[in-house]
Design a binder for this molecule. Structure first.
Ligand SMILES: N[C@@H](CCC(=O)N[C@@H](CS)C(=O)NCC(=O)O)C(=O)O
Length: 227
């Protein structure tokens, strides 16, 4: 049995997908959080893009492999680890799920622009983009509780960390993004209650996210209700 180490960052939503997949599979792993503002040399040597997550695989015979890119890591875990399947068995449905995982990455890119917006116009543009994307997802969602129904999948692992941002953002006073999206709201609740989603971050996550927003002087902290 090989040992696994997930090279991580406390807040990274891409790391969280891999952590969720590991937790869902019940695979023991060590998590090492690094400071992305001061990347250690050992990390730069093994991370081709200088990004987390990395999955370090320590083989019994002393060999070591490193995987980068969260979706690659999730797919590798799905292919190699026992435990509940996180992808559908049908090839077409699986391909469709991979598309929605990519969609989740594009939501994360909008979210980054949303929390880093420099002025009200940029914030408004990103807010609109997010509203449009979640309206699109509403049309793709099953009856729930999860993306495709009763079984938790990698699409859920991608969106759990996305919804987590809004647990803090909702307290800051921007206009709501999920209003009227019945399925999205139900999905968000189911994901927030899932043990693997909860366990993918530390207890201090909200405080760390708040500190991150403060450090970057996020416009979200200057909304009327946040002041
Ligand atoms: N496409 C990558 C994105 C990973 C990513 O953007 N990680 C961020 C943290 S959330 C990072 O390591 N940023 C450091 C940098 O870009 O210098 C994946 O899916 O793994």
């Amino acid at each position: 049995m090989s040992r696994l180490t997930l090279i991580s960052h406390h807040l990274c939503p891409y790391v969280q997908r891999a952590a969720i997949a590991l937790l869902e599979k019940g695979v023991p792993f060590e998590r090492i959080n690094i400071d992305l503002a001061d990347k250690p040399d050992w990390f730069l040597k093994i991370s081709p893009l200088g990004k987390v997550p990395l999955l370090r695989i320590h083989e019994d015979d002393g060999r070591e492999e490193v995987l980068f890119e969260s979706s690659v890591i999730c797919e590798y875990l799905e292919e190699t680890q026992a435990g509940a399947a996180l992808h559908p068995t049908d090839a077409l449905t699986r391909a469709r799920h991979r598309g929605w995982m990519e969609f989740g990455s594009s939501v994360l890119s909008d979210l980054w622009g949303y929390e880093m917006a420099q002025d009200a116009a940029q914030l408004e543009a990103k807010h609109k983009a997010l509203v449009a994307k979640f309206a699109t997802i509403e049309g793709a969602l099953s009856e729930g509780p999860y993306f495709a129904g009763a079984n938790f999948s990698l699409v859920d692992a991608v969106f759990g960390p996305i919804f987590r941002y809004f647990d803090l953002f909702d307290t800051l006073g921007d206009s709501p993004i999920f209003d009227g999206l019945e399925r999205v709201n139900r999905w968000r609740k189911a994901l927030s209650e899932r043990a693997s989603v909860r366990g993918a971050v530390g207890k201090d996550y909200p405080q760390r996210l708040m500190e991150f927003l403060e450090k970057h002087d996020s416009i979200l902290l200057r909304m009327p209700a946040a002041a």
